[in-house]
Design a protein around this ligand. Structure first.
Ligand code: XUL
Length: 540
């Protein structure tokens, strides 16, 4: 049997998806929820935050302990771990793990009678890891951008503007504020390459997909960029693992996992990548024209990109794709946690929430929200604040529809740089199960939205990646598109069609929404008159 395992370390949980590619079936999905199953780390939604939500960290030991729990559970479920041919994984992007010089030797000498978490206690030079939700590095972003020659030059070197959550600015902050600990650090890993190292029993390379989310990799040469390294912190090049293709095999599984959990010593490992590159494959985006929205802790909008081009405004990103090409990505922090805030403020269930969406009119009587419940990435907002125009926080129905319309209006507005109008949008992530939310997406984008009931797209993508590289390694030719499409059975999934009658309404609303962003964030003119005209045109 051709069993492949994909593991995803996301913000709130660690998930495994085991697939049998000979039969195109999922054997199991299994998740460890950090808050619930590892309560001694005291996380909230997998994180700890301070400084008004600007500093957001997580605990790398928690991820390690979760990995053990996950494997224990798979053993207890009697899954054929010894028949798994290859494993790869996915990590929430940008987060960094700081390790001292005992990391390699510890991994090399793991005792399979003892737990991982006990043996890895002393390998860190920084107890907690800044993750993608951290927005405390505005100063470092400015410093690095300046040294790289300004906005456009930074984007054209690294594929993105310097971004608060990206690894480079985070590393610079650590160097500036904890100089001694920075000096003690011999290796800096990403979440993906850290966990990949543990399975491998030695430091793992970083792949081009996740490497592109650091502001340190040259997006054209796919090598560490000397200028970017120098602009970030001294001797950084010596602390970073090497960069490799996302499809490269990095070795065989460490004996620790063979002895402790019963994996076969022949299991090959493929380098881990970021959750977004993995999801790109997990939802079957192996060619142009199709876009995915992933509605999870973060909401992301992403697509496969054959030829490199950039968002010169600096809001969108270009990462490496698992196929060796590129992908575009726009990321919103106010995703599911913001939707949940509105739901919880009114003590609603998701069923109530959906019913309200169904029963309120498109355009929401002109009630517009700028939903910055948390600091936002796109557009950049450092101080969280929710702005409401034409309604207030007590208006139950108004708030429910306004948050969803705001999220998709913002996505349509800020994805224009990608150039192509999507032919079809694939919806994935937790909230993709909610048809009413997706109907709003279809209406606002004026595009079909296809629902995938493959919630763990990043872990599944990792399983696909491990399969593809395994077949390559034994010279069995499989095209990406065939492998993925056969498995996903895309044609069988449900499609939500846009409502024709509201095309003009959302075009008008989009313009007003953009003007409210400019009004609040750039001090432009207040578009209230336009909003009132909109109300008159559609709701009088
Ligand atoms: C992407 C981003 C998030 C994280 C966590 O740039 O910051 O999507 O990868 O999911």
């Amino acid at each position: 049997m051709d069993y492949f395992l994909g593991i995803d370390c996301s913000t709130q949980s660690l998930t495994a998806v085991l697939i049998n590619l000979s039969k195109n079936e999922i054997i199991i999905r299994y998740s460890i929820n950090f808050d619930k199953e590892l309560p001694h780390y005291n996380t909230q939604n997998g994180t700890f935050s301070s400084n008004g939500g600007k500093v957001v960290h997580s605990n790398p030991l928690m991820w390690v302990e979760a990995l053990e729990l996950l494997f224990k559970a798979l053993v207890q479920l009697n899954l054929p771990l010894n028949e798994i041919k290859a494993i790869s994984g996915s990590g929430q992007q940008h987060g960094t793990v700081y390790l001292n010089n005992s990391f390699e030797t510890t991994l090399n000498n793991l005792d399979s009678k003892k737990s991982l978490v006990n043996q890895l206690q002393k390998v860190f030079t920084r107890e907690t890891s800044p993750i993608w939700m951290d927005s405390s590095t505005t100063k470092q972003c400015e410093e690095i951008r300046l040294k790289l020659g300004g906005l456009e030059s930074t984007i054209s070197i690294t594929g993105s503007n310097t971004s608060e959550r990206f690894s480079g600015p985070q590393i610079r902050k650590f160097y500036e504020q904890n100089y001694d600990d920075y000096i003690q650090t011999s290796t800096i890993h990403l979440v993906s390459s850290f966990l990949s190292s543990i399975l491998l029993g030695k430091s793992s390379p970083i792949d081009h997909g996740d490497g592109a989310g650091m502001n340190l990799m040259n997006i054209r040469t796919k090598q560490w960029d000397d200028k970017a390294l120098d602009a970030t912190a001294p001797n950084l090049g010596q602390k970073l693992p090497s960069l490799i293709n996302s499809y490269d095999v990095i070795g065989k599984i460490s004996p620790y996992f063979v002895e402790r959990f019963g994996f076969s010593p022949e299991t090959i490992l493929i380098v881990w990548s970021g959750d977004n590159p993995n999801s790109l494959i997990g939802v079957g985006l192996t060619e142009k024209g199709k876009v995915a929205i992933s509605l999870g802790t973060s909401d992301t909008y992403f697509s496969y990109m054959k030829n490199l081009h950039f968002d010169l405004k600096g809001e969108g990103h270009v990462f490496g794709a698992p196929t060796g090409d590129y992908m575009s990505l726009i990321c919103y922090k106010n995703g599911s946690l913001a939707r949940k805030k509105v739901k919880d403020n009114f003590n609603l269930t998701w069923k109530d929430f959906s019913a309200i969406l169904k029963n309120t009119p498109r355009g929401n009587y002109g009630k517009i929200m700028l939903p910055y419940f948390f600091p936002e990435i796109v557009p950049f907002v450092s101080q969280p604040k929710v702005y409401r125009f034409g309604f207030d926080e007590k208006d139950l129905e108004g708030n429910v529809r306004a948050i969803i319309e705001a999220q998709f209006l913002s996505m349509r507005l800020h994805s224009k740089w990608i150039g192509e109008k999507p032919e079809e949008i694939y919806a994935t992530g937790g909230a993709s199960a909610n048809r009413e939310i997706l109907q709003v997406a279809a209406d606002i984008f004026k595009t079909k939205v296809r629902i995938f009931d493959v919630p763990d797209s990043a872990a599944l993508g990792a399983a696909f990646r491990s399969a593809k590289s395994y077949y390559d390694s034994i010279n069995v030719k499989k095209e990406w598109s065939d492998l993925v499409k056969q498995f996903l059975y895309i044609e069988g999934s449900e499609v939500i069609r846009p409502t024709k009658a509201c095309r003009q309404l959302y075009d008008d609303m989009l313009k007003i929404y953009g003007k409210y962003e400019d009004f609040i964030l750039k001090g432009a003119e207040n578009p209230e008159t336009l909003r009132l005209e909109f109300v008159k045109k559609y709701f009088d």
